[in-house]
Design a protein around this ligand. Structure first.
Ligand code: HEC
Length: 313
């Protein structure tokens, strides 16, 4: 007959009980850590997305990528240039038509270097020469924001441009004229430096307001003096502090007000592409600039050399 040692058995069961309570406790603790960790990751990502949305707003809501009345950021907006008609592309995370399958590095290279994941290069109608100066922090945040967008399955339209924009010619153009700019993150204590960074590398004011050379590059000798042959056939006015042909008579407050509301000093509303970048898209536009940043842009514009209006050559 098998003798059962009841006391030993009870002792064993008690030990097993204790063991599982300890394990359960450890499991809870672990879950707590994992959950806490994930919560932090989510919170960090939410903060990064919010920061990216602000970068997106300062870039005028990347307005060329949204067609009039079309779904936001899904491309299809025609951009008329002296070289032909380009179409903004789908920058939503759609895996087929958008950037859904691109790695972060590939998206960053597209934004700052104008190179697509398949190695093809973009024409500088995509203002990568300006955006190349975006800090690593800003471009990383922008990528996080783009990834947070609703994917839209809308096909890209082929550009209707002349031959010189074919791949090889574009590579030669880049070799001759494109030099990426590196901007290190700064505390931006100097409003002029902050204003210049926003204007040049996020809001890309010069892409519309600076006239171009015969090679399609910006004519920096007439920087911001207006472009008589601007995008979409619009005349972009002189925004240097020239009293007669520029905005020398505007106060800084009037510049801030234009950027934040679209109102000109005479209370007309600004039109055309300027209205597009101010209003932006649902994700934001210049109108969402903080007061501090709008002040910085105004201070910067007031600090540049006055130039008389650029005329058609
Ligand atoms: C996508 C092209 C585009 C970009 C980018 C752009 N602008 Fe403009 N801007 C225009 C056009 C076009 C007009 C003229 C609109 C009109 O006639 O109502 C204009 C008008 C203005 C005016 C009014 C000038 C006047 O004499 O009436 C100011 C000031 C101005 N822009 C400043 C800026 C600043 C500062 C930035 C960058 C932060 C900027 N713009 C970026 C296209 C652009």
């Amino acid at each position: 007959m098998l003798m059962v040692d009841h006391t030993a058995l009870q002792e064993d069961m008690k030990n097993a009980d204790e063991k599982s309570s300890v394990r359960l406790f450890c499991l809870f603790l672990l879950c707590g850590f994992v959950f806490g960790y994930l919560q932090n990751v989510w919170a960090d990502n939410a903060a990064l997305v919010a920061q990216g949305q602000y970068v997106f707003a300062l870039a005028g809501g990347c307005g060329c990528h949204t067609a009039d009345k079309g779904p936001a950021n899904a491309g299809g907006r025609p951009i008329e240039t002296p070289y032909g008609r380009f179409y903004g592309t789908n920058i939503t995370p759609d895996p087929v038509h958008g950037i859904g399958t691109w790695t972060d590095r590939e998206i960053i290279d597209a934004i700052r270097l104008g190179v697509k994941p398949d190695g093809t290069v973009m024409s500088p109608v995509m203002p990568y020469p300006a955006l190349s100066g975006m800090t690593d922090e800003d471009v990383t945040a922008l990528v996080a924001f783009l990834r947070s967008l609703e994917p839209v399955a809308q096909e890209n339209l082929p550009h209707e441009v002349s031959l010189p924009f074919s791949g090889l010619a574009m590579r030669v153009w880049r070799w001759l004229f494109f030099e990426p700019i590196e901007t290190r993150a700064a505390a931006w204590t100097d409003p002029i430096a902050r204003g210049r960074y926003i204007s040049e590398h996020l809001a890309h004011c010069q892409e519309c307001h600076t006239p171009r050379t015969v090679f399609g590059t910006l004519d920096r000798t007439r920087d911001l003096a207006g472009n008589p042959a601007g995008i979409d056939g619009e005349v972009a006015p002189n925004i240097t502090p020239d009293d007669e042909t520029g905005i020398g008579r505007w106060s800084e407050g009037e510049i801030v007000s234009l950027l934040r509301t679209g109102f000109l000093p005479n209370f007309d509303t600004v039109q055309g592409l300027m209205a597009v970048v101010i209003d932006g898209v649902p994700g934001g536009g210049y109108k969402d600039m903080t007061d501090e940043d709008a002040d910085a842009v105004a201070t910067y514009l007031k600090s540049i050399p006055p130039r008389s209006r650029a005329e058609q050559e």
